[in-house]
Design a protein around this ligand. Structure first.
Ligand SMILES: Nc1ncnc2c1ncn2[C@@H]1O[C@H](COP(=O)(O)OP(=O)(O)OP(=O)(O)O)[C@@H](O)[C@H]1O
Length: 219
């Protein structure tokens, strides 16, 4: 570190030397990632590069063969396919998840429903929602407990343009409050939004340049 410069904040999420194979097919081959509080990171890469595999390992829903993930703080994870109970309403999902997180009320849940613009579906069954609205509920549930680190696997698939813009407003608010966000994305035109583009190629993550500063990739 240069003398007089501000020390970098300790990472909120750090992955070191992650390896993962499915049978004899190696997918991750020594992937490293360091995420600081307030940082917005995109994981990019070709179809089948292993982005979802990486996110599942970061989220702790899939074990790595080798390597470690260190998380300091709470985690929210929004997988690619919504994990909802078709026979519960939006409101019931909010209640169950709020109880699971021991939240005192539904205020944040209701605020997220309003911010994402689907209040009119609060009494609807999840099984009867459109794909985009299911995705909104999925995102709401991942955000309900205001996690320190949010992992999003292509979160805006199926969002209309207005919702897409609301999504980025929400992300801006999270970042200003020091929350870190890791997003898998395929959209090239939005890449300037990110602090870091972490490119997954040959099972490893390498930084791609963006217009923002303070990049941290690797240990
Ligand atoms: N459960 C599994 N069993 C066997 N192979 C798997 C499994 N899950 C993923 N794979 C394989 O691992 C590789 C990486 O898959 P993954 O879904 O992580 O890629 P991705 O980068 O997220 O792809 P995409 O951009 O298409 O969503 C692919 O070749 C995929 O077929």
């Amino acid at each position: 570190m240069a003398q007089g410069s501000t020390p970098a904040p300790p990472p909120v999420l750090q992955a070191r030397d992650l390896h993962k194979s499915y049978g004899r097919h190696p997918v991750l081959r020594g992937a490293d990632l360091t995420v600081a509080p307030g940082q917005l990171v995109a994981v990019v890469g070709e179809n089948g590069a292993g982005k979802s595999t990486l996110l599942k390992i970061l989220a702790g829903t899939l074990p790595a063969d080798r390597g470690e993930v260190v998380l300091s703080g709470t985690l929210g994870y929004c997988p690619q396919a919504p994990v909802l109970n078709a026979s519960l309403t939006v409101e019931q999902h909010l209640r169950y998840f709020a109880a699971a997180h021991r939240l005192p009320d539904l205020d944040r849940g209701r605020e997220l429903v309003r911010l994402l613009g689907y209040e009119q579906y609060e009494a609807s069954l999840a099984g009867e929602l459109s794909g985009g609205t299911r995705q909104k509920l999925n995102l709401t549930l991942a955000l309900l407990h205001d996690p320190d680190v949010l992992l999003l696997d292509e979160p805006y698939q199926g969002f209309d343009w207005d919702t897409y813009l609301r999504f980025w407003d929400l992300v801006d608010d999270l970042r200003t409050r020091g929350r870190a966000i890791v997003v898998i994305t395929h959209l090239v035109f939005e890449q300037d939004r990110f602090d870091l583009l972490a490119d997954l190629t040959d099972g490893r993550l390498a930084p791609r340049t963006t217009s923002r500063k303070d990049h941290h990739v690797g240990a």
